[in-house]
Write a protein that binds this ligand. Sequence first.
Ligand SMILES: Nc1ncnc2c1ncn2[C@@H]1O[C@H](COP(=O)(O)OP(=O)(O)OP(=O)(O)O)[C@@H](O)[C@H]1O
Ligand SMILES: [Mg+2]
Length: 240
Amino acid sequence: MEQEQRLVAMGKMAATLAHEIRNPLGSMELFCSLLEQDLVDKPELLSNAQQIHKGIKTVNHIITNCLQFAKGMIVRKEPVTDVREYLQGVLDILKKKIEDSEIEVTVKILDTTCEERRQSLLSIDHYQIKQVLVNLLSNAIDAVNERYSHDDFKVVKKISLVSDLQDSQFWILSIIDNGVGINDEVKENMFDPFYTTKNEGTGLGLAIVGSIILAHGGHINIENNSNELGCRATIKLLRN
Ligand SMILES: Nc1ncnc2c1ncn2[C@@H]1O[C@H](COP(=O)(O)OP(=O)(O)OP(=O)(O)O)[C@@H](O)[C@H]1O
Ligand SMILES: [Mg+2]
């Protein structure tokens, strides 16, 4: 409950902040581009201007994430006609990252009987849940890569995505990785906006995930695997 209230409050603040910062940031970017055009013949000064431009882009990225976090509140549900195809669409977005990292990804669909009837009962905001899955999978990819880089060169990097529509009320989705896993401190803070253990992270990934799941009337749980190193994220979503 406390977590949910905190997310709602942060969402409102994020929307206000994002709106206020966006406009001046837009002019900064525009004038920076003009400056760059003027400096094409002065490479050293140009490089300084490019650094400023890069900084502006990063701030823009953070602001976009903040806005997304706030927008998580508005849900437009549409039916999913083919779960496998939908999940494949998500994996396609991360195809390059997965291939470059040489990760073994498996997809399991647990809904063998009356498939057509069951799936017609599934309705979600396609764009938002895609974003949830991309964020969770990105975290899983980072986690297996981190484990690999730290110690275990022998370990085969694995991520599995399990869709379970066997319950008539809920869609249960799990993302399981054999990465570094989480300690108590991370577990406690991971859904907080801007909490990150990564050099290049914004810490907004799971905050966005949390706000979207909340708006869907769903639930998410992330915990260590019981039998081996790594994490399991489980999402439970109302089917309509
Ligand atoms: N599957 C996972 N395995 C291990 N740690 C995880 C996993 N998922 C999340 N975490 C931890 O939770 C923290 C917060 O995750 P979150 O997605 O919010 O931000 P991030 O991944 O650090 O940044 P960004 O999403 O902007 O790249 C991560 O920095 C990481 O420490
Ligand atoms: Mg992340």
